[in-house]
Design a protein around this ligand. Structure first.
Ligand code: C2E
Ligand code: MG
Ligand code: MG
Ligand code: MG
Length: 284
């Protein structure tokens, strides 16, 4: 019957497509329960100073341990969470988790506690009229100094809603810093800088991976840093995997970097070891 109705009808019965759609909808339903069932947690990836190799901060990265499927990558479930709206709860949960962790570190380690903790914010979160108020109330509830936190927003998120720029301004008024994530992958990176007063740019891995090579990409990456600094903005090179990349970035003038070379996303307890100098042994 499908054939009689016209050739193209067949694609509606494509078992592959059906399967993919069904998978997504199952995952989407599972996601609604994930937070309540304690399947969501966060890891911390170090951000280092390229001159000293010291860890100066960390990015908070969400993880989902699915009871049957194992670890589901955020690149898979964040888009689903954006679509079914659970990103609002997940985003608030991640920020609260990060703040509680920071509070605990400050309590335990005082001056040595990790600072410059970056939290990713999605387009949908930024589009909420009361987003900045939510951030303020989480900070108040957890008694965290706003200057400890950096919120990472992507160019796409900023461009997807008119509400983004005023929200960013309010977030900065609260005393948090804002970083533009995946810089260079959007469609209007440079013009966005004029409109959007960010404190830091995270230069995307796609620019960093070829920094040691010949060619246009490397020229952009090596020269981008001077331009970013002239704006008075900090730059973090993302996805640094090799010593050669790190050397070239340092030579080009980059100061901060993040990537597997310096540390994979890790539990809070492992990150804190990088901040805290070894305790003097009680046993002589
Ligand atoms: P992102 O914010 O650009 O985060 C950096 C991603 O690059 C992380 O992937 C990190 O593990 C990965 N990465 C770091 N160093 C290297 C490296 O040297 N090589 C390679 N190949 N990859 C590296 P992850 O954790 O899988 O997260 C992917 C994306 O999911 C993030 O990209 C971010 O856009 C999103 N995401 C993660 N956590 C959250 C969250 O709490 N909220 C929201 N809205 N999005 C999140
Ligand atoms: Mg990020
Ligand atoms: Mg990034
Ligand atoms: Mg990226």
């Amino acid at each position: 019957a499908a054939k009689a109705a016209g050739g193209d009808c067949r694609r509606w019965f494509d078992p592959e497509m059906d399967h993919a759609a069904e998978e997504a909808s199952n995952l989407s339903a599972d996601l609604r329960r994930a937070l309540l069932d304690g399947q969501i947690f966060v890891l911390y990836q170090p951000i280092v100073d390229l001159h000293t190799n010291a860890t100066i901060g960390a990015e908070v990265l969400i993880r989902w341990q699915h009871p049957q499927r194992g670890l589901v990558p955020p690149d898979v479930f964040i888009p689903l969470a954006e679509r079914n709206g659970t990103i609002l709860e997940l985003g608030a949960w991640v920020l609260r988790a990060a703040c509680r962790q920071v509070r605990q570190w400050q309590h335990r380690y005082g001056d040595q506690a990790p600072t410059k903790i970056s939290v990713n914010v999605s387009a949908r979160q930024l589009a909420q009229p009361d987003f900045a108020e939510q951030v303020a109330s989480i900070l108040a509830e957890t008694a965290v100094d706003p200057s400890t936190l950096i919120l990472e927003v992507t160019e796409t998120a900023v461009l997807s809603t008119d509400a983004a720029l005023p929200q960013i301004a309010r977030i900065k008024q609260l005393g948090l810093r804002v970083a533009l994530d995946d810089f260079g992958t959007g469609h209007s990176s440079l013009s966005l800088l004029l409109a959007c007063p960010v404190d830091a740019l995270k230069v995307d891995r796609s620019f960093v991976s070829g920094v040691h090579a010949e060619g246009a990409g490397a020229i952009i990456t090596r020269n981008l840093i001077g331009f970013i600094e002239d704006f008075g903005i900090e730059a973090v090179a993302e996805g640094v995997e090799t010593v050669i990349q790190a050397d070239r970035l340092r030579q080009a003038g980059y100061r901060f970097a993040q990537g597997y070379l310096f540390g994979r996303p890790m539990p809070a307890a492992d990150l804190e070891q990088r901040f805290v100098s070894p305790a003097p042994s009680i046993i002589a």
